[in-house]
Design a protein around this ligand. Structure first.
Ligand SMILES: *[C@@H]1O[C@H](CO)[C@@H](O)[C@H](O)[C@H]1NC(C)=O
Ligand SMILES: *[C@@H]1O[C@H](CO)[C@@H](O)[C@H](O)[C@H]1NC(C)=O
Length: 800
């Protein structure tokens, strides 16, 4: 304004005064003081004298002064265009040079040209931004503009931003009203770089170029943009199943790149298997992972769960925890009997299954591998069919008779160290099969029985045993059918089925049967029954129950039989031979003969062994015709039995002589040494009997026609039969001794054999006074047969 004012004054003056010229100069600003602006003298056409004389001076400026000596304008004061004109262009100094004498003035214009003396500059040294790291790409941030006093090219021309990854400057045109902006081109990451330092440079276009800078500090604010990260994605641990409660199994750690609460991690268990809820815990803050309960490999061999690591912002990471429980051999095998037969038959095949066994061992590997053994390994074995199943089978043939039951102990042990085992005992009964036949105690039996036993007498006992059991061992004895002499053996003996006692069914008679055999079968009660048999030989022992039987001379009772000895007979003449037999045997049948009584002992002798009666001296005429010898025949039994025979000898040369002698010869029964006594006694008896007999004889005679007289004479051992009433014909009325014996038999059966009368002979005279004296020699076949068919005790049919 001041300038403008001066200019206006000058214009006014120029009208009044003379404006003698106008000169324009151009100088750059900031010239040093004294620097030349222009040679004013020549330019105004003035010489230096005039300047001096005219006292030339500048008017209207303090920056330029006139050097009158040299006639030049020089810089008087520093000229700052920016101060002088600001942004105005062009910038000029208008002033006058005034001269006196004459007064003249000249207008001078000094144009001040800009020099790049000002750099662009910012008001503040730095700009601060707080930016969230989550800031979006494209976000704009207005920056401060720079100021450059210079003008034109020397003024602000452009901005630039220091090289960085995240920001760019928006294009900016000088002169526009728009802002200087930077744009986020790449997201920030606090975790990488929490502060970004940038320099914004403002540049002018001068030469040399000047620039100004401002620091931009971007503080990246944390956002919870980072999740926690587990230090291991998987925590694997092997834990002994007997680990104590409270054991720290692991410390889980996770890191979070965020800071502050965004980076504060808390831990929790998640995805835990149901059964493991109360088994584990994790410390929220420290991440210590602890065992809370008791592990059991057998229930849960492995646990898998996740640990959740979360920051406050809710970001999480999950790390896996795998716990392998290590097995300890803490379980013995358990044996389960699935099925068992407690009784088996002794005839089962080898390999028969007795029991199915299931063995479980919850432990693993070696600790759970089980093998089973038996104590009765000779008879049974245990085989494994599949992993946990075993079968118990027979391994040999069984024999109940050897072993009727077994206690089989099955022991199963695992292979752990130390091994655990358990065992179970099965009791197996062996049932009987009828596989054993009864066996007699002896291979054959010989039994003795003395004859004349009582029927029903128990003779002896056979015994058989059967190794089987119960019914299979119940033996019964059976007499096997056979016949002895054509008669079933059952009529001889019987066997008690239960006891094996053999009974005699009848009374045996050694003289009929000496021995016989039969078989006894023993049979058990099995089905089918088994049996065996044994031979029993029965030997009947002799008893001296038979007296000798005199076969000759025939004792005819009433008849008188006599041997004839001629008077001319020499010494040693064989008169006759007493023939006797004894149906007993052995000693009981060993007979000896003795002369018991004789009319003349000196005349005869009896051969003790052979019974021959011989004369021992010459017969003389003095010898009586009638000689009577009583010979006693004795056997050698204990006690011995004897028989006597009366031998009548007629010492005569002719038959009539004999007859006359013998007709009144009394028949005497017994002789004794005391002959006289017996004669008297005999006389009395005979007299009595004679009268009795007379009565009897009359009646007997009536039936005589049907009576037969049987004489039987045969070779040994056929026993003659002498009918009991044969002697009833005795004329003397004496009862024959045979008959007496029969009567007695009812009380003493031993004497029953005496029914056999001595009979038979050769060259025998039978004289029967009561009859016509016929001599009879009869052989009876019939008697013979009767005897053989009879059974003991034999009873003469006539007596029954
Ligand atoms: C089997 O066991 C039972 C009872 O424990 C016992 O009485 C019997 O004698 C045992 N048998 C054998 C052959 O050991
Ligand atoms: C008796 O036993 C033998 C073998 O000891 C046998 O050969 C025979 O057949 C048996 N007899 C009977 C009748 O059973």
């Amino acid at each position: 304004q001041k300038l403008l004012l001066q200019l206006l004054i000058c214009l006014f003056v120029l009208r009044v005064c003379s404006v003698l010229g106008h000169v324009t100069y151009s100088v750059p600003e900031e010239m040093t003081i004294g620097s030349l602006v222009g040679n004013i003298a020549p330019d105004l056409d003035l010489d230096v004298q005039r300047l001096k004389s005219g006292k030339a001076r500048t008017y209207g400026t303090e920056y330029v002064e006139l050097n009158k000596e040299r006639g030049v304008l020089v810089i008087k004061e520093r000229i700052d265009r920016e101060a002088l004109c600001g942004q105005t262009t062009p910038c000029a100094l208008d002033f006058q040079i005034i001269l006196e004498n004459p007064m003249q003035f000249y207008s001078i214009t000094v144009e001040i040209t800009d020099i790049n003396d000002n750099a662009p500059s910012f008001k503040k040294p730095e700009i601060k931004f707080d930016m969230s790291e989550t800031a979006q790409v494209g976000s704009k941030y207005v920056l401060e503009k720079a100021v450059d006093e210079d003008v034109g090219l020397n003024g602000l021309q452009s901005y630039s931003l220091s090289v960085n990854d995240n920001f760019d400057l928006n294009p900016y045109t000088i002169g526009s009203r728009s802002n200087v902006e930077m744009v986020l081109k790449k997201p920030l990451d606090r975790e990488k770089q929490d502060r970004v330092f940038l320099v914004l440079t403002a540049m002018d276009g001068g030469n040399p170029q000047r620039s100004g800078t401002i620091q931009i500090v971007v503080t990246v604010l944390d956002a919870n943009d980072n999740a926690p990260v587990c230090s291991q994605t998987e925590y694997k641990m092997d834990v002994n199943e007997i680990a104590m409660k409270g054991t720290i199994l692991a410390t889980i750690s996770a890191s979070d790149a965020d800071e502050g609460p965004h980076g504060y991690i808390q831990y929790s268990i998640t995805n835990i298997p149901k059964g493991a809820m109360d088994l584990f815990e994790i410390d929220r803050d420290s991440g210590e992972f602890r065992l809370l309960g008791q592990l059991d490999y057998e229930k849960f061999p492995r646990y898998e769960m996740d640990i959740l690591a979360s920051d406050v912002g809710g970001n999480t990471d999950v790390c896996k925890v795998i716990i392998d429980v290590l097995d300890i051999n803490d379980n013995p095998p358990t044996i389960n009997i699935m099925s068992v037969s407690s009784i088996i038959s002794e005839d089962v095949k080898v390999g028969t299954v007795l029991s199915m066994i299931n063995v479980q061992d919850p432990d693993s590997n070696e600790n759970g591998k089980v093998h089973c053994t038996l104590d009765q390994h000779n008879y049974f074995k245990i085989t494994s069919t599949s992993k946990h199943f075993f079968t118990l089978v027979t391994d040999s043939e069984l024999d109940r008779e050897d072993m009727s039951h077994y206690n089989i102990t099955v022991t199963c042990s695992d292979e752990g160290v130390p091994s655990l085992s358990s065992s179970v005992t099965l009791t197996l009964k062996i049932s009987d099969v009828n596989d054993n036949a009864p066996v007699f105690e002896r291979s054959s039996y010989e039994a003795y029985i003395v004859e004349n036993n009582a029927p029903g007498l128990s003779i002896f006992t056979v015994k058989a045993t059967d190794a089987d059991w119960n019914q299979n061992a119940r033996v019964s004895y059976i007499l096997e059918d056979s016949s002895v002499n054509g008669v079933p053996v059952s009529s001889y003996v019987s066997v008690s089925a239960d006891s094996g006692v053999i009974h005699a069914v009848r009374s045996f008679d050694y003289e009929q049967i000496k021995d016989f055999q039969f078989r006894i079968k023993v049979q058990d009660g099995g089905s089918p029954p088994l049996s065996s048999n044994v031979t029993v030989k029965m030997l009947i022992q002799d008893q001296n129950d038979n007296p000798p039987q005199v076969l000759y001379p025939v004792q005819t009772g009433g008849s008188v039989v006599a041997e004839m000895v001629p008077r001319s007979a020499d010494v040693g003449y064989l008169v006759t031979k007493v023939v006797a037999v004894d149906v007993d045997s052995g000693q009981n049948a060993w007979l000896s003969y003795k002369l018991q009584k004789a009319t003349d002992r000196a005349l005869f002798e009896v051969g003790s062994q052979n019974g021959e009666i011989r004369t021992i001296r010459q017969v003389t005429d003095k010898d009586a015709v009638k000689q009577r010898l009583t010979v006693i025949v004795e056997d050698n039994g204990q006690p011995s039995r004897s028989a006597t025979v009366i031998v009548n000898v007629a010492v005569a040369d002719s038959f009539p002589e004999v007859l006359s002698e013998f007709t009144d010869y009394p028949h005497d029964k017994e002789y004794n040494d005391n002959l006289t006594f017996y004669l008297v006694l005999a006389l009395a008896v005979v007299s009595f009997l004679f009268i009795t007999c007379l009565v009897v004889i009359i009646s007997v005679k009536i039936y005589r026609w049907r009576q037969s007289r049987i004489l039987y004479h045969s070779n040994l051992p056929v026993i003659p039969y002498y009918p009991p009433r044969y002697s009833d014909t005795l004329g003397t009325g004496t009862l024959p001794h045979v008959y007496n014996y029969e009567v007695c038999r009812t009380t003493d059966s031993r004497k029953s054999d005496n029914k056999f009368g001595g009979a038979g002979g050769q060259n025998v005279l039978i004289m029967d006074p009561s009859s016509t004296g016929t001599m009879q020699r009869i052989q009876s076949e019939k008697t013979h047969i009767d005897f053989k068919r009879s059974s003991a005790p034999w009873i003469a049919p006539e007596l029954l």
